[in-house]
Design a protein around this ligand. Sequence first.
Ligand SMILES: [Zn+2]
Length: 264
Amino acid sequence: MDLSKSMQIEYIYAAGNRVCSDDLGRWRFTAPCCDHALALEIYNLTLVPEQQIRLVILPESQQGSLTSVRGLRQLLSESGEQDFPLLSRAAQVTTWSRDHLYCPRCATALSHHQQDLAKQCEACGLTQYPRLSPCIITLVIRGEYCLLAQGVRFTEPRYSTLAGFIEAGESAEDALAREVREEVGVEVANIRYYCSQSWPFPHSFMLGFFADYLSGDIVPEPGEIVDARWFHYSELKNTPIPPGFTISRQLIDAFLEQCETKTD
Ligand SMILES: [Zn+2]
C-alpha cells in the first residue's frame, strides 16, 4: 500500500521558544491553521513512516488565536506519555532553530538543509543539527531507602532524583559519581543503566541510572540543594515527587515496584 497518498499531514505550530496550543490545549492540527507563507521555518518532524508531521515556526507576532496560556510543562502533563517524544522534539527543534541563525565558524547566516533536519552554511559548508546535551539522572538506593533531593531552582516543594550534565571527556558513569559526590557528598557503586528520555528544557538528553550507596553522610551542596535525605519506599506515596511523564518519576516508580514485589 502506498502510505503517502492516504496519509494525513499533521501540523504543529511554534513561536518564540514555545509550542502553541489552542484554548482547549490541542497542539496537533490536521489542517493548516494559518497562512504558512508567514512561517519563518517549516521542518519535517516525521520519525516513523506512518506519520507525516510538520513543525511550522511562526514569528511571535503571528501566534494569533493559537496561543494559549499553557506552558510546555503543562502541555506535557496534559498530553500523556504517548505524546511526549513528539512534543519534546517539536520544542527542542523550535529552540534550536531560534538559537542557530548564524554559522558558529564563519558567522554567515545559515540556510535550510536540503535533505536533513539541519541548517547549513553556504560559505564554509558547516552543517548544524539540533543540539542535544547529555545528562545523567540517578536514583541512589540503600536497601529499602532511596535518596531524593530538593534543588534550589525547583518552583514548588518537591523531592527528585539527582541529575547533572556530562562534562566534555567524561563517561556517563564518571559524571554520575561526580554529580552525586558534589550534590550530596555520597559515594556510589554498582551503577546500572535503566532508560533514557529527551528532555526539552531546553535540549537535554537524560540517561537514567540506578546506583547503590557505598559510603558517606548526606551533605547538601550549598547553593544547589535545599534538602536531601533517605526516603523509605513506604513514604514515597505521601511525598511530593515529580509527575508521571518525567524520567525521574520512572526511576522512582521502578524502585517502588521492586520493593513492593519483595515484600509481597
Ligand atoms: Zn560558515
